[in-house]
Design a protein. Structure first.
Length: 312
């Protein structure tokens, strides 16, 4: 597929904070690319630059063949932006909200009603079109925010954390909407700090930290090398008598974290050492309350690359 977004050596500094630092990436037509990073990684700054609302200090951005520095208006016409903060009017109906944004984007009177209807249907709000957003749940408002951004049927949709602070049902609804938009031919950039979301819908992931891409690829490519890694988390009554040095002697164990009532052990799953770990915990005064195991994920990749968690 041809490249439709190309970002090269992008930089943006706020006072003394280097928010975006030599960022480069490309997005192919029809892809869903997830931008994953913790708070402050530079996701919103990058998205606001692509959305033409923030001027970069340097670097080159080409969107749908248009140079961001010279052809802002042409870019505005082909993109739809779902901002992190809700940009809807609480006091007018959902339908009027979508209509307003669609006409701002230049949708002609002849097509307005049909496109507004399509947008409201695709986010599952058509039945509530006459209601005012002030009567909506947080998830419904987020969905309306998306409808406002897509009613002009843009080729490229850029979303900044569209699922922040909403219930799982609305989150799933939004993820399904994004996949349906891709199926209709849209290219989508999606920023989030929920790795489960990018694992679920993104064709490719860019992991951002301190304003730069530190890794990119499909989830499978990024998790390469971690296939045999498993993390066991044990809930115990006390860890008073447990020491890292005892667990670290078990073959296959890579990392250990001991807190008040939890012990986390990262290990090579091929070494089949779970029985040994459990018997050492018990013989060192830890009565097991519960345990769970987790295979390596993008969170593991991120933690390994940066030493930081995606979310606090
Ligand atoms: N208007 C601003 N003035 C000064 N510093 C800013 C401004 N906007 C962002 N920053 C700083 O730039 C860095 C990148 O912020 P940005 O909002 O782009 O990150 P983010 O990955 O979107 O974070 P979050 O997940 O919290 O939205 C952070 O250190 C932030 O504090």
């Amino acid at each position: 597929m041809p490249v439709t977004i190309s970002v090269h050596n992008l930089k943006k500094c706020y006072h003394n904070v280097q928010a975006v630092n030599n960022l480069s990436f490309t997005v192919s037509k029809g892809e869903i690319v997830g931008i994953l990073g913790p708070n402050g990684a530079g996701k919103s700054t990058t998205i606001n630059i692509l959305a033409t609302v923030l001027k970069p200090d340097s670097g080159k951005v080409i969107i749908a063949g248009h140079d961001l520095q010279k052809e802002k208006m042409q870019i505005k016409r082909v993109i739809g932006i779902v901002p992190q903060d809700l940009a809807i009017y609480e006091e007018i109906s959902a339908e009027k909200n979508v209509r307003f944004f669609a006409s701002l984007y230049g949708v002609s009177e002849a097509h307005l009603s049909a496109q507004v209807q399509t947008a409201l249907k695709s986010v599952g709000l058509y039945d509530r079109r006459k209601a005012k957003p002030k009567t909506f749940s947080g998830g419904m408002k987020r969905r309306l925010n998306i409808a406002c951004a897509i009613a002009h049927q843009p080729d490229i949709i850029i979303m900044d954390e569209p699922t922040v602070g909403i219930d799982p049902q609305s989150r799933n609804h939004i993820l399904e909407t994004i996949v349906a938009l891709q199926e209709k031919g849209a290219t989508i950039i999606y920023s989030t700090h929920y790795m489960e979301e990018v694992e679920a819908i993104a064709d490719r992931v860019l992991i951002l930290n301190d304003g730069a891409v530190i890794a990119s690829g499909t989830t499978q490519e990024l998790c390469k090398g971690f296939e045999n890694q498993i993390t066991y988390s044990f809930q115990v009554d006390t860890t008073k008598f447990m020491k890292e040095s005892i667990l670290s002697q078990i073959i296959g164990v890579k990392e250990i974290a001991i807190k008040e009532n939890t012990i986390q052990v990262v290990t090579d799953s091929k070494k089949n050492n779970l029985n040994e770990i459990i018997s050492i915990l018990i013989s060192n005064g830890c009565n097991l309350q519960s345990m769970n195991s987790e295979k390596a994920s993008l969170e593991t990749v991120f933690l390994t690359l940066t030493g930081k968690k995606l979310r606090d």
